[in-house]
Design a protein around this ligand. Structure first.
Ligand SMILES: [Zn+2]
Length: 379
């Protein structure tokens, strides 16, 4: 029998658009007693509701359980070096509202967020006790237990506390690393297929990775697991924001591809042009992108060797091009051909791309609350 938790149960019900106790018992490989007690709590709290009956081969018809999307909602925030994004989602992770504004420093961002959150609460007439909290995703090291942004080089933040913000806001705040948030979104809402263990690689300003291991985010002792972006992959004297040289994210993040961008051209415009040039065989574009892909796969090699996942999902701000990178790396350059570990791992592009971190941020309150507040000590 396997360990079970609320998130596993909710994920199964959500993915299948409804489930029965018998199905859950079978699928999660746990006892009827266990499923009964979990479902009882979920129903008592209104998270799960009975919604009709399924066919049965005899005897009483089994009740179909569904998630009640309106029972709770939560806010998600993503802070990037140029923009702050705010989303409001229901209990199924479906978007209710979304806004964004330019990032002009953390103090300013928090003041604006408070204003915008209360505007949304008014606009959608939300009861305060239905709000699970505000999840926040940052590109760096976050001590979620102490609401501390320990080290966010790309936002120039060191030991920045969110405690005053939480008190001032009057809602629980759940900060986490951007890649962990994205991983959580990939797990809960990113794909139709069942994913239990995978590594999510988020390519944005830097590179973040999140490790999902048997339905749980693997965080490590100091909650710093998966900082592969600062893995040393080159001897070149290029300095990273972390203070070291040759980090993976210098060569395989969005910055690597944007390095020669003239200021007059937008980032997206520059990338679109670069890939167009690549497709028509322009030697400079081919050289640049293929060099990039080789670096990307150099990091994937390390992930493969250290984590041994069954799936690697590539997404983030550069997610639109993930399919292309995978195709070039696997099919054109054959970078996975001679490596014994690659035949069993699937490398796939994210479906939610740059939205993963924001959506994941909104799902963080749910993860935290179900993991810690509603924990049953039974098996
Ligand atoms: Zn670094």
């Amino acid at each position: 029998m396997r360990e079970v938790n609320y998130i596993k149960i909710l994920q199964h019900i959500k993915r299948n658009d409804g489930s029965t106790k018998a199905e859950l018992t079978k699928h999660l490989d746990v006892s009827h007693t266990t499923i009964n007690s979990y479902i009882q709590t979920l129903m008592d709290e209104g998270f799960v509701v009975a919604s009709g009956t399924a066919d049965s081969s005899g005897g009483r018809k089994p009740v179909i359980l569904k998630i009640n999307p309106a029972v709770r909602c939560s806010f998600g925030v993503r802070v990037s070096p140029d923009k702050v994004y705010l989303i409001l989602v229901n209990f199924l992770g479906e978007k209710i509202d979304q806004v964004e504004f330019p990032y002009l420093g953390m103090d300013d961002a928090l003041a604006k967020l408070k204003e915008l959150i209360y505007e949304m609460i008014d606009r959608h007439s939300i009861d305060m006790d239905r709000i699970l909290g505000v999840g926040m995703a940052f590109p760096g090291l976050v001590d979620m237990d102490n609401l501390l942004l320990e080290y966010i080089p790309n936002l120039s933040l060191v030991n920045y506390s969110l405690k005053d913000f939480e008190t001032d806001l009057g809602l629980p705040v759940f900060p986490d690393n951007e890649a962990n948030a994205g991983t959580y979104a990939e797990y809960l809402v990113g794909r139709d297929e069942k994913l239990e263990s995978f590594v999510y690689v988020s390519i944005a300003e830097g590179i973040g990775t999140g490790i999902m291991n048997d339905h749980f985010l693997f965080r490590g002792k100091n909650k710093r697991a998966g900082e592969f972006g600062h893995l040393k992959v080159s001897d070149q004297k290029v300095r990273c924001n972390c203070g070291r040289y040759g980090c993976w994210e210098l060569f395989a993040s969005m910055r690597a591809l944007l390095r020669d961008r003239p200021e007059s051209v937008s980032e997206q415009g520059y990338l679109a042009r670069l890939f167009k040039d690549y497709d028509r065989g322009d030697p400079q574009a081919v050289d640049k992108i293929e060099r990039y892909v080789r670096y990307l796969f150099a990091g994937l090699d390390v992930i493969l060797l250290s984590v041994d996942p069954s799936v690697i999902i590539i997404g983030g701000d550069l997610g639109d091009y993930a399919g292309k990178f995978i195709d070039i790396g696997v099919n054109k350059l054959g970078l996975t051909k001679y490596f014994y570990g690659y035949e069993s791992v699937r490398i796939i592009p994210s479906n939610i791309k740059s939205n993963a971190a924001l959506l994941g941020a909104a799902l963080l309150p749910l993860e935290q609350i179900f993991r810690f507040r509603y924990r049953l000590n039974i098996n």
